[in-house]
Design a protein around this ligand. Structure first.
Ligand SMILES: [Zn+2]
Length: 476
Protein backbone atom coordinates (compact mmCIF):
# COMPACT_ATOMS: atom_id res chain seq x y z
CA UNK A 1 0.00 0.00 0.00
CA UNK A 2 1.36 3.38 -0.96
CA UNK A 3 0.04 6.79 -0.12
CA UNK A 4 0.37 9.62 -2.58
CA UNK A 5 -0.33 13.17 -1.43
CA UNK A 6 -0.83 16.39 -3.26
CA UNK A 7 -2.73 15.01 -6.24
CA UNK A 8 -5.88 15.95 -8.06
CA UNK A 9 -8.29 13.11 -8.59
CA UNK A 10 -7.92 11.39 -11.93
CA UNK A 11 -5.89 8.83 -13.74
CA UNK A 12 -2.12 8.85 -13.52
CA UNK A 13 0.43 7.01 -15.54
CA UNK A 14 3.76 6.00 -14.12
CA UNK A 15 6.36 3.71 -15.66
CA UNK A 16 3.73 2.55 -18.11
CA UNK A 17 1.12 1.68 -15.48
CA UNK A 18 -2.16 3.50 -15.01
CA UNK A 19 -3.29 4.33 -11.55
CA UNK A 20 -6.57 5.82 -10.53
CA UNK A 21 -6.69 8.34 -7.74
CA UNK A 22 -10.19 8.74 -6.39
CA UNK A 23 -10.98 11.95 -4.60
CA UNK A 24 -12.60 11.59 -1.23
CA UNK A 25 -15.33 14.14 -1.98
CA UNK A 26 -16.61 14.36 -5.54
CA UNK A 27 -14.48 14.54 -8.64
CA UNK A 28 -11.77 17.01 -9.63
CA UNK A 29 -11.08 17.90 -6.04
CA UNK A 30 -7.77 18.22 -4.38
CA UNK A 31 -6.75 15.03 -2.68
CA UNK A 32 -4.84 15.23 0.51
CA UNK A 33 -4.00 11.59 0.25
CA UNK A 34 -4.78 8.85 -2.20
CA UNK A 35 -4.17 5.26 -1.31
CA UNK A 36 -2.97 2.92 -4.02
CA UNK A 37 -2.69 -0.77 -3.58
CA UNK A 38 -0.26 -2.31 -5.94
CA UNK A 39 1.18 -5.67 -6.62
CA UNK A 40 4.57 -5.83 -4.94
CA UNK A 41 6.08 -7.06 -8.21
CA UNK A 42 4.74 -4.01 -10.01
CA UNK A 43 7.25 -1.16 -10.12
CA UNK A 44 4.96 1.67 -10.83
CA UNK A 45 7.21 4.59 -10.00
CA UNK A 46 10.85 5.11 -10.70
CA UNK A 47 11.73 8.39 -9.13
CA UNK A 48 10.93 10.68 -6.24
CA UNK A 49 7.75 11.89 -7.94
CA UNK A 50 4.81 10.19 -9.57
CA UNK A 51 4.96 10.85 -13.26
CA UNK A 52 1.75 12.62 -14.16
CA UNK A 53 0.61 12.37 -17.74
CA UNK A 54 -2.14 14.93 -17.56
CA UNK A 55 -0.84 18.49 -17.58
CA UNK A 56 -3.85 19.70 -15.59
CA UNK A 57 -2.70 17.59 -12.68
CA UNK A 58 -0.16 18.57 -10.10
CA UNK A 59 2.74 16.27 -9.44
CA UNK A 60 2.30 14.41 -6.22
CA UNK A 61 4.83 13.42 -3.64
CA UNK A 62 5.22 9.77 -2.81
CA UNK A 63 4.72 9.10 0.85
CA UNK A 64 4.23 5.96 2.82
CA UNK A 65 3.61 4.36 6.13
CA UNK A 66 4.59 1.00 4.67
CA UNK A 67 7.76 -0.38 6.29
CA UNK A 68 8.69 -2.50 3.31
CA UNK A 69 8.44 0.59 1.14
CA UNK A 70 10.66 2.55 3.54
CA UNK A 71 13.30 -0.20 3.35
CA UNK A 72 13.29 -0.05 -0.45
CA UNK A 73 13.61 3.72 -0.54
CA UNK A 74 16.48 3.71 1.95
CA UNK A 75 18.37 0.98 0.07
CA UNK A 76 17.88 2.79 -3.19
CA UNK A 77 18.96 6.18 -1.79
CA UNK A 78 22.04 4.87 0.02
CA UNK A 79 23.22 2.78 -2.93
CA UNK A 80 22.68 5.45 -5.57
CA UNK A 81 24.16 8.46 -3.76
CA UNK A 82 27.81 9.16 -4.63
CA UNK A 83 30.14 9.47 -1.67
CA UNK A 84 32.41 12.34 -0.73
CA UNK A 85 34.99 10.45 1.35
CA UNK A 86 36.36 13.07 3.72
CA UNK A 87 39.45 11.31 5.07
CA UNK A 88 41.64 8.78 3.26
CA UNK A 89 45.30 8.07 2.59
CA UNK A 90 44.68 7.61 -1.15
CA UNK A 91 46.58 9.47 -3.87
CA UNK A 92 46.28 9.90 -7.65
CA UNK A 93 48.16 7.76 -10.15
CA UNK A 94 50.45 10.71 -10.87
CA UNK A 95 52.00 10.17 -7.39
CA UNK A 96 53.11 6.56 -7.95
CA UNK A 97 55.02 5.96 -4.67
CA UNK A 98 51.96 7.14 -2.73
CA UNK A 99 49.21 5.61 -4.87
CA UNK A 100 48.87 2.16 -3.26
CA UNK A 101 46.70 -0.36 -5.08
CA UNK A 102 46.63 -4.06 -5.98
CA UNK A 103 46.62 -7.41 -4.25
CA UNK A 104 49.90 -7.25 -2.35
CA UNK A 105 49.10 -3.81 -0.95
CA UNK A 106 45.65 -5.05 0.08
CA UNK A 107 47.05 -8.09 1.86
CA UNK A 108 49.91 -6.26 3.58
CA UNK A 109 47.51 -3.66 5.04
CA UNK A 110 48.81 -3.06 8.57
CA UNK A 111 45.57 -4.35 10.13
CA UNK A 112 46.27 -7.76 8.53
CA UNK A 113 49.97 -7.77 9.46
CA UNK A 114 49.01 -7.47 13.14
CA UNK A 115 46.42 -10.25 12.80
CA UNK A 116 48.91 -12.56 11.04
CA UNK A 117 51.75 -12.10 13.49
CA UNK A 118 49.38 -12.95 16.35
CA UNK A 119 48.52 -16.36 14.93
CA UNK A 120 51.62 -17.38 12.96
CA UNK A 121 54.79 -18.93 14.44
CA UNK A 122 56.86 -16.49 12.34
CA UNK A 123 59.10 -14.07 14.27
CA UNK A 124 58.82 -10.30 13.79
CA UNK A 125 62.30 -10.25 12.26
CA UNK A 126 61.50 -13.04 9.80
CA UNK A 127 58.30 -11.35 8.74
CA UNK A 128 59.94 -7.98 8.08
CA UNK A 129 62.89 -9.60 6.25
CA UNK A 130 60.53 -10.90 3.54
CA UNK A 131 59.66 -8.85 0.47
CA UNK A 132 56.11 -7.63 0.00
CA UNK A 133 54.97 -10.58 -2.15
CA UNK A 134 56.27 -13.05 0.42
CA UNK A 135 54.60 -11.13 3.25
CA UNK A 136 51.32 -11.15 1.30
CA UNK A 137 51.62 -14.91 0.75
CA UNK A 138 52.27 -15.46 4.47
CA UNK A 139 49.18 -13.38 5.35
CA UNK A 140 47.04 -15.25 2.80
CA UNK A 141 48.16 -18.64 4.15
CA UNK A 142 47.58 -17.74 7.77
CA UNK A 143 44.38 -15.72 7.60
CA UNK A 144 42.57 -17.02 4.51
CA UNK A 145 43.71 -20.62 4.02
CA UNK A 146 44.45 -21.92 7.53
CA UNK A 147 41.60 -19.95 9.10
CA UNK A 148 38.26 -18.49 8.05
CA UNK A 149 38.70 -14.77 7.26
CA UNK A 150 36.23 -13.64 9.93
CA UNK A 151 37.76 -10.36 11.06
CA UNK A 152 36.47 -7.17 9.44
CA UNK A 153 39.83 -6.45 7.77
CA UNK A 154 39.91 -9.99 6.33
CA UNK A 155 36.30 -9.85 5.20
CA UNK A 156 37.25 -6.61 3.45
CA UNK A 157 39.69 -8.45 1.20
CA UNK A 158 37.00 -11.03 0.42
CA UNK A 159 34.51 -8.30 -0.54
CA UNK A 160 37.10 -6.65 -2.79
CA UNK A 161 38.00 -9.87 -4.64
CA UNK A 162 34.32 -10.73 -5.02
CA UNK A 163 33.35 -7.27 -6.27
CA UNK A 164 36.14 -7.44 -8.84
CA UNK A 165 34.70 -10.68 -10.16
CA UNK A 166 37.54 -13.00 -9.08
CA UNK A 167 36.81 -16.65 -8.39
CA UNK A 168 36.70 -17.08 -4.62
CA UNK A 169 36.26 -20.81 -4.85
CA UNK A 170 39.83 -21.32 -6.06
CA UNK A 171 41.50 -19.41 -3.16
CA UNK A 172 44.44 -19.28 -5.53
CA UNK A 173 46.64 -16.30 -4.74
CA UNK A 174 48.69 -16.63 -7.95
CA UNK A 175 45.54 -16.28 -10.10
CA UNK A 176 44.43 -13.20 -8.21
CA UNK A 177 47.89 -11.66 -8.47
CA UNK A 178 47.96 -12.32 -12.22
CA UNK A 179 44.65 -10.47 -12.64
CA UNK A 180 45.89 -7.44 -10.71
CA UNK A 181 49.18 -7.36 -12.65
CA UNK A 182 47.17 -6.82 -15.85
CA UNK A 183 45.65 -3.57 -14.57
CA UNK A 184 47.12 -0.09 -14.55
CA UNK A 185 46.80 2.35 -11.65
CA UNK A 186 44.69 4.79 -13.64
CA UNK A 187 42.40 2.06 -14.97
CA UNK A 188 41.96 0.72 -11.49
CA UNK A 189 41.20 4.16 -10.00
CA UNK A 190 38.46 4.71 -12.58
CA UNK A 191 37.03 1.23 -12.04
CA UNK A 192 37.03 1.39 -8.25
CA UNK A 193 35.53 4.89 -8.04
CA UNK A 194 32.73 3.71 -10.30
CA UNK A 195 32.11 0.39 -8.54
CA UNK A 196 32.23 1.98 -5.07
CA UNK A 197 30.12 4.96 -6.26
CA UNK A 198 32.59 7.42 -4.74
CA UNK A 199 32.88 10.86 -6.33
CA UNK A 200 35.72 12.43 -4.34
CA UNK A 201 38.31 11.37 -1.80
CA UNK A 202 40.26 13.63 0.53
CA UNK A 203 43.99 12.83 0.72
CA UNK A 204 46.31 13.28 3.71
CA UNK A 205 49.08 15.60 2.54
CA UNK A 206 52.40 16.29 4.20
CA UNK A 207 54.05 19.58 3.28
CA UNK A 208 57.26 18.56 5.08
CA UNK A 209 57.85 15.47 2.94
CA UNK A 210 60.35 16.47 0.23
CA UNK A 211 59.01 13.94 -2.30
CA UNK A 212 55.42 14.97 -1.78
CA UNK A 213 56.35 18.66 -1.99
CA UNK A 214 57.78 17.99 -5.44
CA UNK A 215 54.41 16.62 -6.61
CA UNK A 216 52.70 19.78 -5.45
CA UNK A 217 55.38 21.98 -7.05
CA UNK A 218 55.02 20.25 -10.44
CA UNK A 219 51.22 19.99 -10.32
CA UNK A 220 51.05 16.15 -10.34
CA UNK A 221 49.19 16.09 -7.01
CA UNK A 222 46.36 18.08 -8.59
CA UNK A 223 46.21 16.11 -11.83
CA UNK A 224 43.07 14.19 -10.85
CA UNK A 225 40.34 16.51 -9.50
CA UNK A 226 38.65 13.61 -7.64
CA UNK A 227 41.55 13.73 -5.16
CA UNK A 228 41.30 16.72 -2.78
CA UNK A 229 44.12 18.19 -0.71
CA UNK A 230 44.36 18.46 3.07
CA UNK A 231 47.21 19.99 5.02
CA UNK A 232 48.24 17.48 7.68
CA UNK A 233 50.45 19.22 10.22
CA UNK A 234 51.33 16.72 12.96
CA UNK A 235 55.07 17.59 13.15
CA UNK A 236 54.38 21.36 13.13
CA UNK A 237 52.21 20.89 16.21
CA UNK A 238 54.01 18.08 17.98
CA UNK A 239 57.58 18.03 16.69
CA UNK A 240 59.20 20.85 18.70
CA UNK A 241 62.01 21.76 18.78
CA UNK A 242 63.28 19.47 15.95
CA UNK A 243 60.71 20.68 13.40
CA UNK A 244 62.20 24.21 13.58
CA UNK A 245 65.21 22.96 11.66
CA UNK A 246 63.01 21.28 9.02
CA UNK A 247 61.00 24.46 8.49
CA UNK A 248 64.18 26.52 8.35
CA UNK A 249 65.45 24.13 5.69
CA UNK A 250 62.44 25.07 3.54
CA UNK A 251 63.18 28.78 3.89
CA UNK A 252 61.01 29.73 6.90
CA UNK A 253 62.88 31.71 9.58
CA UNK A 254 61.72 29.56 12.47
CA UNK A 255 63.68 29.12 15.70
CA UNK A 256 63.13 26.48 18.37
CA UNK A 257 61.99 29.07 20.96
CA UNK A 258 58.66 29.97 19.24
CA UNK A 259 59.07 33.75 19.52
CA UNK A 260 56.92 36.26 17.59
CA UNK A 261 59.09 36.01 14.46
CA UNK A 262 58.92 32.19 14.46
CA UNK A 263 55.13 32.24 14.91
CA UNK A 264 54.79 34.66 12.02
CA UNK A 265 56.87 32.34 9.85
CA UNK A 266 54.78 29.30 10.84
CA UNK A 267 51.69 31.25 9.78
CA UNK A 268 53.41 32.00 6.47
CA UNK A 269 54.21 28.29 6.02
CA UNK A 270 50.58 27.28 6.72
CA UNK A 271 49.23 29.95 4.38
CA UNK A 272 51.60 29.00 1.55
CA UNK A 273 50.67 25.32 1.73
CA UNK A 274 46.94 25.83 2.24
CA UNK A 275 47.02 27.77 -1.00
CA UNK A 276 49.29 25.39 -2.86
CA UNK A 277 47.25 22.31 -1.86
CA UNK A 278 43.89 24.11 -2.09
CA UNK A 279 43.48 22.40 1.27
CA UNK A 280 39.91 21.64 2.36
CA UNK A 281 40.97 21.59 5.98
CA UNK A 282 44.03 21.49 8.27
CA UNK A 283 44.40 18.22 10.18
CA UNK A 284 46.26 16.66 13.07
CA UNK A 285 46.19 13.33 14.86
CA UNK A 286 46.60 13.54 18.64
CA UNK A 287 47.26 11.17 21.53
CA UNK A 288 44.92 10.64 24.51
CA UNK A 289 47.35 12.83 26.50
CA UNK A 290 46.47 15.91 24.44
CA UNK A 291 45.30 18.76 26.67
CA UNK A 292 44.10 22.23 25.73
CA UNK A 293 45.23 24.68 26.81
CA UNK A 294 48.53 23.75 28.41
CA UNK A 295 52.03 25.20 28.37
CA UNK A 296 53.24 23.03 25.49
CA UNK A 297 54.36 24.31 22.08
CA UNK A 298 51.24 22.57 20.63
CA UNK A 299 48.90 24.99 22.47
CA UNK A 300 50.98 27.97 21.34
CA UNK A 301 50.95 26.82 17.72
CA UNK A 302 47.19 26.11 17.79
CA UNK A 303 46.37 29.50 19.35
CA UNK A 304 48.84 31.69 17.53
CA UNK A 305 49.09 30.02 14.14
CA UNK A 306 46.53 27.38 13.21
CA UNK A 307 43.37 29.05 14.48
CA UNK A 308 44.05 32.52 13.02
CA UNK A 309 45.16 31.09 9.66
CA UNK A 310 42.19 28.67 9.48
CA UNK A 311 39.81 31.49 10.34
CA UNK A 312 41.30 33.75 7.70
CA UNK A 313 40.81 31.05 5.03
CA UNK A 314 37.49 29.81 6.49
CA UNK A 315 38.91 26.29 6.86
CA UNK A 316 38.08 23.74 9.55
CA UNK A 317 40.78 22.47 11.88
CA UNK A 318 40.33 18.68 12.08
CA UNK A 319 41.34 16.78 15.21
CA UNK A 320 41.62 13.00 15.20
CA UNK A 321 42.19 12.17 18.84
CA UNK A 322 43.06 9.01 20.72
CA UNK A 323 45.97 7.25 19.00
CA UNK A 324 48.67 5.78 21.23
CA UNK A 325 51.74 5.51 19.04
CA UNK A 326 53.94 2.44 18.92
CA UNK A 327 52.73 0.43 21.89
CA UNK A 328 54.58 -2.39 20.11
CA UNK A 329 57.38 -0.97 17.94
CA UNK A 330 58.19 -4.47 16.63
CA UNK A 331 54.96 -4.26 14.62
CA UNK A 332 56.09 -0.99 12.95
CA UNK A 333 53.07 0.76 11.31
CA UNK A 334 50.80 -1.94 12.81
CA UNK A 335 52.06 -1.16 16.33
CA UNK A 336 49.74 1.75 17.25
CA UNK A 337 46.87 1.43 19.72
CA UNK A 338 44.29 3.70 21.29
CA UNK A 339 43.22 5.34 24.53
CA UNK A 340 40.38 7.40 25.96
CA UNK A 341 40.79 11.11 25.29
CA UNK A 342 39.96 14.29 27.18
CA UNK A 343 36.70 15.82 25.95
CA UNK A 344 37.03 18.76 28.36
CA UNK A 345 39.99 19.98 26.28
CA UNK A 346 37.89 19.78 23.12
CA UNK A 347 35.00 21.60 24.84
CA UNK A 348 37.37 24.41 25.81
CA UNK A 349 38.85 24.70 22.34
CA UNK A 350 35.34 24.88 20.83
CA UNK A 351 33.88 27.38 23.27
CA UNK A 352 36.92 29.68 23.28
CA UNK A 353 36.93 29.84 19.49
CA UNK A 354 33.31 30.14 18.30
CA UNK A 355 34.44 31.75 15.04
CA UNK A 356 36.61 28.80 14.08
CA UNK A 357 35.25 25.65 12.45
CA UNK A 358 36.37 22.28 13.85
CA UNK A 359 36.05 18.68 12.74
CA UNK A 360 36.57 15.84 15.19
CA UNK A 361 36.59 12.08 15.43
CA UNK A 362 37.88 10.02 18.34
CA UNK A 363 39.37 6.56 18.40
CA UNK A 364 38.08 5.13 21.63
CA UNK A 365 34.59 3.67 21.90
CA UNK A 366 34.41 5.04 25.45
CA UNK A 367 34.57 8.62 24.08
CA UNK A 368 31.70 8.32 21.63
CA UNK A 369 28.73 9.28 23.79
CA UNK A 370 30.50 12.29 25.30
CA UNK A 371 31.67 13.34 21.86
CA UNK A 372 28.16 13.21 20.38
CA UNK A 373 26.86 15.29 23.30
CA UNK A 374 29.73 17.75 22.78
CA UNK A 375 28.63 18.08 19.14
CA UNK A 376 25.14 19.05 20.36
CA UNK A 377 26.65 21.88 22.41
CA UNK A 378 28.85 23.46 19.75
CA UNK A 379 27.62 24.38 16.29
CA UNK A 380 31.25 24.86 15.20
CA UNK A 381 31.98 21.14 15.71
CA UNK A 382 31.51 18.76 12.81
CA UNK A 383 31.45 15.14 14.01
CA UNK A 384 32.56 12.48 11.54
CA UNK A 385 33.34 8.85 10.99
CA UNK A 386 34.13 5.62 12.82
CA UNK A 387 37.88 5.78 12.84
CA UNK A 388 40.35 2.86 12.52
CA UNK A 389 39.63 0.40 15.37
CA UNK A 390 36.02 1.59 15.37
CA UNK A 391 35.56 0.57 11.75
CA UNK A 392 33.85 -2.68 12.74
CA UNK A 393 30.20 -3.38 11.94
CA UNK A 394 29.14 -3.80 15.58
CA UNK A 395 30.65 -0.46 16.57
CA UNK A 396 29.64 1.42 13.42
CA UNK A 397 26.04 0.40 14.00
CA UNK A 398 26.10 1.32 17.68
CA UNK A 399 27.72 4.71 17.00
CA UNK A 400 25.54 5.56 14.00
CA UNK A 401 22.38 4.72 15.93
CA UNK A 402 23.41 6.82 18.92
CA UNK A 403 24.52 9.75 16.75
CA UNK A 404 21.26 9.69 14.77
CA UNK A 405 19.30 9.77 18.02
CA UNK A 406 21.37 12.63 19.46
CA UNK A 407 22.15 14.65 16.34
CA UNK A 408 19.55 13.77 13.70
CA UNK A 409 21.02 14.46 10.29
CA UNK A 410 23.80 16.73 11.55
CA UNK A 411 26.90 14.51 11.41
CA UNK A 412 28.76 12.36 8.91
CA UNK A 413 28.49 8.66 9.78
CA UNK A 414 31.61 7.46 8.04
CA UNK A 415 34.87 8.13 6.24
CA UNK A 416 36.92 5.28 4.80
CA UNK A 417 40.50 5.99 6.00
CA UNK A 418 41.58 3.80 3.05
CA UNK A 419 45.31 3.35 2.44
CA UNK A 420 44.86 1.06 -0.53
CA UNK A 421 42.62 2.06 -3.43
CA UNK A 422 40.52 -1.11 -3.63
CA UNK A 423 39.60 -0.82 0.05
CA UNK A 424 37.06 1.81 -1.06
CA UNK A 425 34.95 -1.11 -2.27
CA UNK A 426 34.68 -2.89 1.03
CA UNK A 427 34.79 0.01 3.42
CA UNK A 428 31.87 1.66 1.62
CA UNK A 429 29.91 -1.51 0.81
CA UNK A 430 30.03 -2.54 4.44
CA UNK A 431 29.32 0.92 5.87
CA UNK A 432 26.54 1.68 3.39
CA UNK A 433 24.73 -1.45 4.54
CA UNK A 434 24.94 -0.42 8.21
CA UNK A 435 23.96 3.21 7.60
CA UNK A 436 20.96 1.94 5.59
CA UNK A 437 20.03 -0.49 8.36
CA UNK A 438 19.97 2.26 10.98
CA UNK A 439 18.12 4.67 8.67
CA UNK A 440 15.44 2.05 8.00
CA UNK A 441 14.90 1.55 11.71
CA UNK A 442 14.73 5.26 12.39
CA UNK A 443 12.32 6.06 9.53
CA UNK A 444 10.17 3.07 10.53
CA UNK A 445 10.11 4.42 14.10
CA UNK A 446 8.97 7.77 12.68
CA UNK A 447 6.21 6.09 10.68
CA UNK A 448 5.08 4.21 13.80
CA UNK A 449 4.96 7.52 15.63
CA UNK A 450 2.60 8.89 12.97
CA UNK A 451 4.98 10.67 10.56
CA UNK A 452 4.09 10.14 6.92
CA UNK A 453 7.50 9.43 5.41
CA UNK A 454 8.33 10.71 1.93
CA UNK A 455 10.78 9.27 -0.53
CA UNK A 456 12.26 12.72 -1.11
CA UNK A 457 13.15 13.16 2.57
CA UNK A 458 14.81 9.75 2.70
CA UNK A 459 16.92 10.73 -0.31
CA UNK A 460 17.74 14.09 1.30
CA UNK A 461 18.95 12.39 4.49
CA UNK A 462 21.10 9.92 2.52
CA UNK A 463 22.65 12.76 0.51
CA UNK A 464 23.46 14.67 3.68
CA UNK A 465 25.14 11.68 5.34
CA UNK A 466 27.15 10.65 2.29
CA UNK A 467 28.23 14.00 0.90
CA UNK A 468 26.41 17.28 1.35
CA UNK A 469 26.84 17.68 5.13
CA UNK A 470 30.58 17.88 4.56
CA UNK A 471 30.32 20.14 1.51
CA UNK A 472 27.95 22.49 3.34
CA UNK A 473 30.17 22.63 6.43
CA UNK A 474 33.14 23.61 4.24
CA UNK A 475 31.07 26.29 2.53
CA UNK A 476 29.59 27.67 5.77
ZN1 LIG B 1 43.83 8.20 8.61
Amino acid sequence: MVLVTGLYGGDYQSAGHWLQARPLLGSEQWLNQAVFTCDSTLRWFDGPEVFVDDQHCTKGEIVTTDFHQIDQWVDQAIASTPIYDLHTHLYPAAMPEYCLWGLDELLTYHYLIAETIRVSPISYEDFWRRDQEQQAACIWENLFVDRAPLSEACRGVVTVLHRLGLNLQSRNLADYRAWFKNQSAQQQIDRIFKLANVKSVVMTNDALDPKERAYWENGAAEADPRFKGVLRIDPVLLGWPQVARTLAGFGYQVGAELGQESLKEIRRFLTDWIKKMKALYVAVSLTPQWRYPDDSPATTVIKQCILPVCQEHNLPFALMVGVRRQVNPLLKLAGDSLGKSDIVSLDRLLSENPNNKFMCTMLSRENQHELAVTARKHRNLFLFGCWWFLNNPALIEEMTRMRMELLGEAFVPQHSDCRVLEQLLYKWDHSRRIIAKVMKDKFADLARSGWVVTQAEIQRTATRYLSSNFEEFLAR
